[in-house]
Each structure stands twice: as C-alpha cells, then as structure tokens.
Design a protein around this ligand. Sequence first.
Ligand code: SF4
Ligand code: SF4
Length: 374
Amino acid sequence: MPEKVSVIKCSSYNKEEVYNSVKQSLDNIGFRFKENSTVLLKPNILSSTTPDKAVTTHPSIVEAVCKLLKEKNCKVIIAESSGFSGTTKKAFEVSGIKEAADRYNAELINLGSSALRKIENKEGVVLKELYLPEILFKVDMIINLPKLKTHSLMLYTGAVKNLFGFIPGGRKQKYHLVGSTKEKLAKLLVDIYQLAKPNLTIMDGVIGLEGNGPGVSGIPIKTGIIMVSESCPALDIIASGIIGYNPFEIPTNKECIERDLVDKESIQVIGEFVKVNYKKPSPQISKIPKFLSNLAFKHSISYPKINKELCRKCSICINSCPAKALQMKGYPVLDKSKCINCYCCHELCPHKAITLKKSAVISLLIKIKDALKL
Ligand code: SF4
Ligand code: SF4
C-alpha cells in the first residue's frame, strides 16, 4: 500500500482558502472523518507567541479542522503541553488557538495538568516506561497539527517531533537529558511516536520557520503549502526535502526508516510544490560545550516546593500526583526519587501553595555562556 502524502498550495491564512486546501488535501489521500466521533487535535503551541512569529500552528489551520469536524458532528478536543511548565494556558490564548476553539465549541486541555497513564514500553529503545496523558487513550481519533520549522538540535521539526508535546511539564527537560545527542533524542521521540501514533497529520507549511528554530530565534518564511498524510514519517521525509534537507539525514526520519515504520520507496506524493530552501540552523548553536548544555538541562528541572503558609492541607496535590510522590505528613511531603516532574500538583493546587524553584546553577551557567560568548 502506498503511503500517500498530499501537498497543496495555500498562499495565505485566509480562512476560506485554508479550509478549502485542507478539504482538498483530505480528498487527495481519501481520508474521511467518522461522524459523531471524539477527536483530539494536537497543534504545535511551543510557547506564548503570536501567530505572526510562525512558532506555533496558525489558528486558521486549527479552525479549518474544527469546522470540518463539526460538520461531521464530532466532539473536538485541542490538547497541548507547551515547552515550559505553567505556560500552556497563556500559550493557548496568545497563539490565537483559544479564540478558534471557542468559535467551534472545542474543549481545550492543558496536558500539563491532566491525568496520566503509566505505560510499559518493552519495545522502546530509550524509554522502557513513560507517562502519557490518559485522554489519548479515550478519544476515537488523534489529529497531529505540526508546524513546518527548522530545529537547532534536530535540524527539522514536523510530525514526529510535535508529539513531544504529549509529555507533561518538566518531564520534557528530563527527557532532553536522556536524549543528550540528536541521535538519542530521535530514538526517544520515535519511542513516543510508536506509542501515540496519530491517525492523521495536517501540517501548517503556509508560513514556516527557517534559521535557528524552533522558537523565536527562527525567521518566518513564506512556503505556501499544507501537507496531509496518515503517516508521520512519510510526511516528514517529504517536508524536510521540500525545505532543502537531505531527508535521510534528519535523525527522526533515519530512526523511523531503521525501525521499518515507513517504507521510503512506497511514499506517493499527491499534488505540486516548489522547493523553498530554508536557511539552516547556525552551527554556532551547537558549539555550546556539551557539559554546559547537559548541566543546564539538568538544573533546569525544577521540583515542586510546598509553601506551608499558603497550604490548606486539602490533599488535591496528593490525589492528583500520578507517581504517588507526595504524602501527607502534616503537610504534603515530596519524595524526589518518585517525582516525574509532571507539575500536575503545581498546576492544580487551588491555593498557589506549590512553587517550582529554578536552580541558582542556571543563572550561573547563563553568565558563563555569555562570558565565553558561546
Ligand atoms: S493542593 Fe495545595 S493547598 Fe492542597 S494540600 Fe496540596 S499544597 Fe496544600
Ligand atoms: S510531585 Fe507528583 S504531581 Fe508533583 S511534579 Fe512530582 S510527580 Fe508530578
């Protein structure tokens, strides 16, 4: 069976044009939504940035998909855990996605404070067990909505990398430590992909991000395409080629090919596109000595701290902790060895009695980095 990837021209974020392009793309690959189903959308909402920065999936894309799903009487959930803990709610608003969701009565779920399920992952190469949001296992369909961008470490970020947003809170920083090289991080990302495979991916490539992506250091670049596929790796292979990479040098693509998750010979591209050579991430970025970046990641992992003066001993944090790392001993007490840094407790405490203290080492490292002009 060919792995179909649709590439459709879409010159702007005009709502009607985006809607028609997404609809045409679905026809191209012969994909139909099931009536009355519950569908989870996973856009890229890396940070609290406005749509013009091209860091996040544009709200017009989200809105077009919501509209198509509502036409089939589907219940729509939009879920994300942004790059930095405690910022998801704001990021939903600033990115314009909350407004799009409200227009279509879609539910927003902050994966940084939602229930988690522990998964044994015997086949995982790096992650033998992991915590994923419970909601992923309750919906009928997952639609991945990545943004087409370069990535300073992984070179390219698209369909497979976008699923890292399923990992809650500070767990992401911990996983960055586990995946200390791009090859290792690719293995970890593909472990996640294998456990949380979306049914469909719709990529926002109308305006992508070149240079030192995936955040605000990147530069928006008009690319004028929307891509759709049922296969994340097939879409990533084609998308990374369109922006001027050798797709088989992209670590996540290589890892998916090695694990037989995609047959590169059977990818069928439907539609037309013009290659747009993106500026690649600057090598300067990777000149930061590994010991410094590892130290930075290690110390950027915060642990919850209970403020006894504010705590009302309601036990909400204890009952919501998926790792059973908190125990009531007069006040909640943390067992650091059990904590998975999901920050559910921090997000759910109704009395703001749980803070996440940043390590002093982080500020010191930033000073060293500046002094060495890295
Ligand atoms: S949720 Fe907040 S107030 Fe309630 S026990 Fe935990 S720290 Fe205290
Ligand atoms: S104490 Fe529990 S809820 Fe809080 S961050 Fe750690 S694992 Fe998550």
